[in-house]
Design a protein around this ligand. Structure first.
Ligand code: PLP
Length: 471
């Protein structure tokens, strides 16, 4: 199958083809493995986002900032599990604590006494009244939406064009729509993004552009009485990184009060990213419900749904006398292994004093990239949030999904392969993704990253030239 995908690379020109051939040579065992398992596992991956052309690399072990593939190539990892591993790989503190936990069992399916300690720290750390744990960001989002609907008695949800909130049917709308389908900028159409999601979802998920208070206001004016909530990433982190404009979040909150809908902050990516707390705290805007996952768990499958007591207390087993309750359950929810991992991460690793070094390294990486762009005349800039950053292949500042689509995403692919060929996983897979600095990254890691980025600059400039001259 990979031969077929090589055709895609020809469009990027001879240098990109040279890099792909080099990739094929150094990842033979990955190719073999991929070939074999694609007969059984669609595309050879268990999450669509892990696939890329011509085939993904398969890994065997990781430690610190290093990760090794099946061909015994070593990489410095700046993906860090899509930002989940701010603790770094196999963090020694976690390894020790989790070994102890395993000896005491990894699944009880009964409440675990560690919850007492978590009840002492979580509400204060994240400014929430009550919380429940699940296993993934998608689940937390699904439960947040269920709660919002239950609380308001309305069914429609407003979400941003281009935002990704996981795999819940109602959220698989306009996550990355194509130009032909998306309708006018101020009134985007709802585009279902997966086969198998019923068309009726389009009627329940309303799409608005980011950083545009007027567009949100128009939707609310028209149909607020059918809308349960507006769900938003306070910083968009699934089409590069797009910060909110001045006062946008404050105005969104104001509108949500004016029109009496709930505000849900999906902080699966933004929580813990810039400080040991949420983006809500950073921007001083308090949502009604908040979802978190990724970095909070130190790599374990755990997510958190939190919010105000009046909403959260709708979650209850069985029927209440006065009103029916909201279902929230899961065999693996708050299992001792994941709970211990989260507890240790929050209390011993991602503490206040861990941040200055990570933030400094991220600044260093940003500055280094900007120097490379200047030196090679590449039209790109770096956008960061906290310990993460990404390359936006454009000179103009991106402010919503459509402006993001106008960036030169094609240049990302040769850049990425060229970096991999030289032992650096520069970021998570896909131009819309980002890198994450962990507590285990060092200045030396950043220096090596930048050295390789300088070597890879030619892959970018040559591809750009080729596309300009030939397309
Ligand atoms: C903002 C946001 N919400 C939800 C999710 C879904 O999380 P998970 O992959 O843990 O289901 C993601 C995943 O990347 C995300 O970025």
């Amino acid at each position: 199958m990979y031969e077929y995908f090589l055709d895609e690379w020809e469009d990027y020109g001879p240098l990109a083809m040279e890099e792909v051939r080099r990739y094929l040579n150094r990842t033979k065992r990955s190719r073999e493995l991929h070939h074999k398992i694609t007969d059984y596992i669609p595309y050879g991956v268990n999450s669509n986002t892990r696939y890329y052309h011509p085939y993904p690399i398969y890994f065997t072990k990781a430690s610190g900032t290093r990760i090794w593939d099946v061909d015994e190539n070593e990489y410095i990892d700046f993906n860090m599990g899509y930002g989940t591993l701010m603790v770094g790989h196999a963090n020694p503190i976690l390894v020790e604590e989790l070994k102890n936990q395993l000896e005491n069992g990894m699944l009880y399916t009964y409440p675990y006494d560690l919850l007492e300690e978590l009840a002492d720290i979580i509400p204060e750390q994240f400014d929430i009244d009550m919380f429940r744990f699940s296993n993934s960001g998608s689940e937390a989002v699904m439960f947040a939406i269920r709660l919002a609907r239950a609380f308001t008695g309305r069914d429609k949800i407003v979400k941003l064009e281009g935002s990704y909130h996981g795999t819940y049917d109602y959220m698989l709308v306009s996550t990355f729509p194509s130009w032909g389908l998306m309708g006018p900028r101020r009134f985007p159409l709802s585009v279902v993004e997966s086969l198998g999601v019923p068309d009726l979802v389009e009627d329940y998920t309303i799409i608005v552009p980011f950083n545009n208070v007027e567009a949100l206001k128009m939707v609310l004016e028209e149909e607020a009485d059918e809308i349960a909530a507006f769900i938003i990433e306070p910083v968009m982190m699934n089409c590069g990184i797009i910060p909110p404009k001045n006062n946008y979040l404050r105005n969104v909150k104001k509108l949500s009060r004016e029109y009496d809908i709930l505000l849900i902050f999906d902080e699966v990516k933004t929580a813990m990213r810039a400080h040991p707390g949420t983006a809500a705290q950073l921007f001083g805007v308090e949502p009604d419900l908040i979802t978190m996952a990724k970095a909070i768990g130190g790599g374990a499958s755990i997510s958190l749904l939190g919010g105000d007591e009046d909403i959260m207390s709708l979650i209850a087993p069985g029927e209440r006398p006065a009103r029916p309750s909201v279902m929230h359950a899961g065999t693996y929810n708050a299992n001792p292994f994941a709970l211990r991992s989260l507890y240790v991460t929050l209390t011993e690793i991602l503490t206040e004093d861990a941040y200055p070094k990570m933030l400094k390294l991220n600044k260093m990486l940003k500055k280094g990239y900007q120097e490379i762009f200047n030196e090679f005349g590449i039209n790109a800039y770096i956008e960061t949030f906290g310990v993460s950053g990404t390359i936006i292949f454009s000179k103009r500042k991106v402010y919503d999904f459509r402006s993001y689509l106008k960036t030169n995403m094609d240049l990302w692919h040769p850049y990425y392969i060229s970096m991999l060929n030289r032992g650096i996983i520069p970021m998570a897979t896909g131009p819309e993704e980002m890198w994450t600095i962990s507590v285990q990254h060092t200045e030396e890691d950043i220096i090596q990253h930048l050295e390789v980025a300088r070597e890879s600059a030619r892959a970018i400039t040559e591809t750009h030239r080729f596309i300009k001259e030939n397309w």
